[in-house]
Design a protein around this ligand. Structure first.
Ligand SMILES: C[S@@+](CC[C@H](N)C(=O)[O-])C[C@H]1O[C@@H](n2cnc3c(N)ncnc32)[C@H](O)[C@@H]1O
Length: 241
């Protein structure tokens, strides 16, 4: 049984959890890209490029419709668009993040929306992607059910997310980095130190990659696979509706 969803400090229900997450990303939006690249030693760019490569069969179809959920400042949608004949859309529920994405994605339709209740018709997308957003959902199962609703039959869901490295040594190193260094560096550079305390805490509480795979299967997804990247700091899950 996985955690129900993200639990930022002080949130006592899903509604409060979602609004805390939205406010927190609103506060980090201005410095988000800088911190992302810095704190991941630029690996975040590679993780998104690998994700786009993995999905190239769908992205190369001119008839395919793709939606990048939790698009933030737009880096994954931009990486997907580089490979795409498909029409790529992007959405997020945090307005300041979408404003930052706008400049990077001039040809990509953007809309504001909660990934747990998307303002789109059922069965309308061939591919949904979500990078570093799923972990923040107030209810993971509701997120998977909504993804199944908006995907066409046979459509794919790709989740790129931080996870628990499977190897003991690397796990210990990563835990030291995320508990001791990341929150301090985040607080120094951004105006929202709490966001960089929340980040390692939310990764610690998030299900590991095999558990997320089982959860995707019990939600009704088929052919679920995952790949670790960077010694298991992140995992890419791909699953089919
Ligand atoms: C860590 S950022 C990731 C942004 C981007 N995908 C990337 O790769 O950098 C997480 C994003 O998820 C968004 N988010 C979290 N929960 C959401 C939800 N329920 N609906 C829509 N967006 C959500 C936040 O507003 C934030 O922009």
């Amino acid at each position: 049984m996985i955690a129900r969803g993200a639990t930022p400090a002080g949130a006592s229900n899903e509604r409060e959890a979602a609004s805390q997450v939205r406010r927190m990303f609103g506060r980090v939006a201005r410095r988000y890209d800088l911190l992302n690249h810095l704190l991941s030693f630029q690996m975040d760019r590679w993780w998104r490029a690998c994700t786009a490569r993995r999905l190239s069969a769908i992205l190369s179809r001119p008839d395919a419709r793709v939606l990048d959920l939790c698009c933030g400042t737009g880096d994954l949608a931009r990486a997907l668009s580089r490979h795409a004949q498909a029409r790529v859309y992007a959405s997020d529920f945090c307005h300041p993040m979408l404003l930052a994405a706008r400049g990077k994605l001039p040809r990509c339709p953007l809309f504001e929306g909660d990934a747990l209740a998307l303002p789109v018709a059922s069965g309308s997308f061939d591919l949904l992607t979500v990078a570093f957003g799923f972990r923040n959902f107030a209810n993971y199962r509701a997120g998977l059910a909504e993804a199944l609703r908006v995907l066409k039959p046979g459509g794919a869901l790709a989740i790129l997310e931080f996870t628990t490295p499977p190897g003991r040594l690397f796990r210990a190193l990563y835990r030291f980095y995320s508990a001791q260094i990341l929150p301090r560096a985040g607080a120094l550079i951004s105006d929202a130190g709490d966001a960089y305390t929340y980040l390692p805490e939310s990764v610690r509480k998030f299900p590991d990659a095999p558990t997320l795979k089982s959860e995707l299967e019990s939600a009704g997804f088929a052919e679920v696979e995952f790949t670790y990247m960077t010694c298991g700091v992140v995992a890419l899950h791909v699953a089919y509706a």
